[in-house]
Ligand binder design. Structure first.
Ligand SMILES: [Zn+2]
Length: 323
């Protein structure tokens, strides 16, 4: 804990410290691996300065302080600073984005990417602690979503979409009806089985076994039905205009459902080797002349940057379509 405090005070992140502890095979007192929040909690606890808290007042404890009170004050300021990059409050681990929640996965390790706030931008990251991922892939969210939604719309605009969608919708309806009927029959059978035990026709163990089987079947049907509900979102989508309207008016849950109906998974690869991650605007006449390039206006630069970002997305993102 002393080491953790020291490293945080010299600017390392909770995430980095937790990863390092895990890589060294260190465990928490409960024997589990470290997460950023475990370390944060330990750092904020008064026991680290040998005190205990009761009713908002600190008392001397029975143990030695691990760090000085000055260091602790600094640590608390650091860890409660709302401008910090990572923290629980910003929803680092949550899937609050339409393309989070398992739809986007790391091409290197196959783990789902989770959303995290970095400075002012949301990113999807392969997260070592949240998912046990490799930690090697990160993508800026807004650009990625914008680009991908454009592709989805283009696909819906494609000539084959309308006919295919109508056919798939009909198939989905039939399948859902059949599942609902099966489900109803199973529930009736369940009632009969329980009744037959009550009147002494069946033994208790027989009843328990059969009811267990029925419940498992019902659960499986519910799973299949909810997968079909995902597709139902496309019932109102015949053209890309419908899809755009849906996207505009939908909340996050519905947007995700829409994307999940269109897309099986999206694999995101590492940043392409040799491709610059940042472009700078060409403003120096002399430098530009030397390279045979022209100096750029703000608008020209914005356009070049946009094309660069799209090229990176084209190379990094691999979509497996459902429809
Ligand atoms: Zn990964």
């Amino acid at each position: 804990m002393q080491e953790a405090a020291q490293r945080l005070l010299t600017g390392e992140s909770l995430y980095a410290v937790a990863n390092d502890f895990n890589e060294r095979g260190l465990l928490t007192s409960r024997g589990s691996h470290w997460r950023s929040q475990t370390i944060r909690k330990a750092m904020l606890s008064p026991s680290i300065v040998g005190k205990r808290e009761h009713g908002g007042v600190l008392y001397d404890g029975q143990w030695e302080p691990l760090i000085s009170e000055t260091a602790w004050t600094k640590l608390r300021e650091l860890l409660t600073d709302t401008s910090r990059k990572f923290g629980a409050a910003d929803g680092s681990y949550s899937g609050k984005r339409p393309l989070g929640g398992g739809l986007t996965v790391c091409a290197d390790c196959g783990k789902p990417l989770v959303s995290a706030r970095y400075r002012d931008a949301i990113r999807l990251v392969c997260h070592k602690q949240a998912t046990g991922g490799c930690g090697g892939v990160t993508i800026t969210y807004d650009q990625y979503e914008h680009w991908l939604v454009e592709l989805v719309m283009a696909r819906i605009d494609g000539v084959r979409w309308r006919a295919e969608n109508a056919r798939t919708a009909a198939k989905v309806d039939t399948r859902a009806d059949r599942l609902r009927t099966d489900r109803k029959m199973l529930q009736e059978e369940r009632r009969r089985v329980v009744r037959s035990f009550e009147v002494g026709v069946r033994s208790e163990s027989e009843m328990v076994r059969r009811v267990g089987e029925i419940d498992a079947e019902v659960r499986s049907i519910d799973g299949q039905l909810s997968a079909l509900v995902t597709d139902a979102v496309l019932d109102e989508v015949a053209t890309a205009d419908d899809a755009r309207r849906l996207w505009r008016e939908a909340d996050t849950t519905k947007r995700r459902r829409f994307l999940a109906a269109m897309i099986e998974t999206v694999h995101v690869h590492k940043w392409p080797e040799g491709m610059p991650t940042k472009l700078t605007r060409r403003t120096s006449e002399r430098m530009a002349a030397r390279r045979g390039e022209k100096i750029e206006t703000e608008a020209q630069f914005a356009k070049r940057r946009d094309q660069h970002a799209r090229e990176a997305l084209r190379q990094r993102v691999c979509i497996r379509w459902r429809r």
